[in-house]
Structure formats: C-alpha cells, structure tokens
Design a protein. Sequence first.
Lengths: 288, 195
Amino acid sequence: MSEPDLPDPATEPNASTDVESVELDVFLEAIQRVYGYDFRNYARASLRRRLWRRVHGEGRHSLTGLLEAVLHDPQAMERLRVDLSVTVTSMFRDPQFFRALRELVVPHLATYPFVRIWVAGCASGEEVYSLAILLREEGLADRVRIYATDVSEQVLEQAREGRMPLDKMKAYSSNYLEGGGREGLSRYYTVDGRWARMDPTLRDGVMFARHNLATDGTFNEFHLVLCRNVMIYFDRTLQHRVHELFDVSLVDLGILALGARESLVGSPLESHFDVIDAESRLYRKVAG
Amino acid sequence: MSVVTRLVALGGSWGGITAMQTILRDLDLPDDAALVAVLHRQPIRSALADVLVRGSAYPVEEAEDKAPLRPGTVYIAPPDYHLLVEPAWLSLSTEEPVKYSRPSIDVMLESAAEAFAHRLVAVIVTGASDDGTAGARAVHRRGGTVIVQDPKSAEQAVMPRSVVEAGVADRIAPLHELAATIGLAVRSRPGPGHE
Ligand SMILES: C[S@@+](CC[C@H](N)C(=O)[O-])C[C@H]1O[C@@H](n2cnc3c(N)ncnc32)[C@H](O)[C@@H]1O
C-alpha cells in the first residue's frame, strides 16, 4: 500500500498518542499545582475516559484545550472534579462479602471491649449504612465507632443525610437477605416520597469526615478497615502508598477488607498480611 | 517472553459464550499475544472462566484489578465491573453502565485501542445490542484490525451487523473460521522488536 520509502502509517508509532500522553502529564501536574487536586497517580485508562468527557462537555478539542478552560475558570475545574470521581455505590454490594463479615469478622471484633472501624472511600454512605445494620443485628453496635471518610465533600453530605432512591431498595433488600440479613431491610428505613430515609439512629456511632487517601496520613488505630472499589482508580504506586497507610492504621491482627477483584498480590505490604478468606478479600495484619 | 506486544480484544453478548468457546478451541496465538474479552452476562458470580477454559489451549482468568498482562492468557471481565486495558496491565471500574452494560464492550475496546493502537485485533461476535460499535470505530481510527462474525452465522446478528454497517469491519468471517482469521490478523500486526 505505501511507497517504499514513506513510513507506513500502520506501523508508525502513533504520534498523536505520544502528544496526548504529554498533554495528560502536563494537565495533571497543572491542576495539582494550581488547585491542589492530585490525580497524578490515578489509573490512566479510566482517568482519560472521564477527562475526554469533560473535553467535549466544555466544547474543547484536546486535553490542552480543557486545561485552558479549567485553569482560568474555577467553575470548570469544579465540574471536572465532580466528573473525575466515580462515586457509584450500592447497599450490600457483593452479598457474600457481608456474609463473610458476619461469619468471619464479627466474632473477632466481639473480643474487643471497644471497636474502631474505618470505611475509606465511603461515597454516599450505602456501604456504611449496610455495615451499621449488620453490626446492630450482630449485637455490636453499642461498642463500635465507624469513621467513614471520602475525598469528596459532596458525597459525604449525602452520606450524612442517609437518603437513598426508593427504586433501588428492592435490589438492596435482596442483597441484604443474601448477605445474611436477619430481619427485613424495610425495618431500617422510612419512605419519604421517592426516597428511603435510613433510620437516623444507624448513624449514632458514625463519624463522616473528609480524608484524601492520596495525600493525608493516618488518624487513629483501627480494628477493621474497609476500602472497597476505591483503589481500583489508583495506579500501583498509589495503591502501595495506601496499603502502607492501612498497615500503620491497623492494630496487630486488625482486619483489612478490599473490593471483590482487588488483592495485595504484588504489593510490598503483602507479607504484612495473612489471607483470612480469599473469596471475600479479607486480610489480617500479622502481629509484630 | 513476558511482555504482551499484541492483543486480541473480543466482545459479545447473546450467544457469546458458545461463540467464544468455539474460538478458544481452535485459536493459535503468537507467543507475545494475549486475549481480553467482555461478554455481557448477569451480574452474579459465575463460573464463566471454568466454562471457557474447557477445550481452550490457554488459561482463562477472570480479570483482577491491575493484573499484569501475561502472554498466552485469556482474561474475561468480571461481572459488574468495566474492564479497561492499559499498556501492561488491566484495570477495573464501577463507573455507570454504558448502554445498559457493565462490563461494556465499548469501554474495553476504547481503552485497548488507546493502549495497543495498531497492535490490536478487535473481534465482535454474536450479540443483541449495538455495544461494541463505538469501540470498533476507535480501534479502526487507531489503526487496529476489526474482525466481525458474519451476521448470517451469528446467533444474534444485531451486534456484528451494527459494526459492519458502521463501515469499520476489516474482515467478516463465519464462526468456524474466526479463530484462523484472528490468528492471521494478529500475526500480521508488528510483533516484538518491530516499531
Ligand atoms: C466507587 S466509590 C466506592 C464506594 C464504596 N466503597 C463501594 O464499594 O461501594 C469510590 C469512592 O472513592 C472516593 N475516592 C476517590 N479518590 C479518593 C481519595 N484519594 N481519597 C479518598 N477517597 C477517594 C470517591 O470519591 C468515591 O466516593
């Protein structure tokens, strides 16, 4: 197809990609320096997807075009920040995980007079309310304090409100039962128009606070840390930083719970943890 | 050989499991290639990998987050996660479903097109939605090869036909010829050491 001494477009390293990856580096560096938002160690493929959505959303044609918009218009930056975080969540996601929590983790937690739990990346709170319900049913609620954190103030505000779309409750309800729920989920909320309002007493031992896993340090010692479907948005480097953070934040024999397709395999911290249950991604920090 | 330099990315929905089994039975990949696949299915934990590995010459794994891409391995998207391809590893995401699908074929193909460009061979098999068409366009744009199961031989023609109608199909083959067509297409992509 191509002339002998012309480069074949099908085998040329694609110049456009190389330019784009430079643009991406510059972009992430710039918003970190100007706004303090540090996405430099987020996983690139999904970051690119969401950035390009904003490129089109702001009527631009390149990452550099988008950068111009966000550097000179804080509102454009705010729209970008909202679009960059994936906050999709649900109650009792992965029911078998909640079953494992009941069967394998609760008996261990019950040996402590007082229990501190950290839900890192709690989004709009569905996971936190699920956990609070589980602890109440297992008779632990009175001795537990849950620290629920996220980088996004918006989702924390929603989490504090404890309001979920009513049309989702049917699916949540079957998750709850599959996860070993002892009552009926409807016991824990009241209907308010198209919303389900979670029983406010579920929030009694819960503190919602802003915390950035990419930049902030530890703030307490915990018996259980849940961080599910948060680190999938990070690259390996940032994942390892967060593993380290959890390692120093856990008491000896403290438990770490990861998302359904996440693990510590290949992490420098792998040897600091024992696998409690591979299927439900539960780890125990080894003593010492 | 430990780096994947050429990639096959396959998408299908209705009937896709049977189609993929047929392909895996006959597939012969060069040593530097791997295969990633998105098949729509119910978001329940299933033994899809166990089903697919029967009769397959390659190990089949349900993708883990940040799993390094290893040559000679078949990766399938886990239920209820998008599968994204990076140059050396796989990434997962719980972003909203795209076209009612999570995993989404478009999401997988668009990221693979970015990561592998002209070293990518995309395959669209039987399916009842047009998920995959936008992804096939991206693959085409980035110089990859798009192979489509002949809609006439597909259990559900919607998905392959949509790609053909978009004008981005490089080859169209019936199911029993897909494995050979894929093997040839991958070998014609530049391998290790060729820029
Ligand atoms: C997909 S949600 C996961 C919610 C919940 N844990 C679950 O599994 O359903 C990911 C959450 O991580 C948060 N997040 C992303 N980057 C973060 C960071 N650097 N520090 C803390 N939270 C972060 C997002 O704001 C989002 O709410």
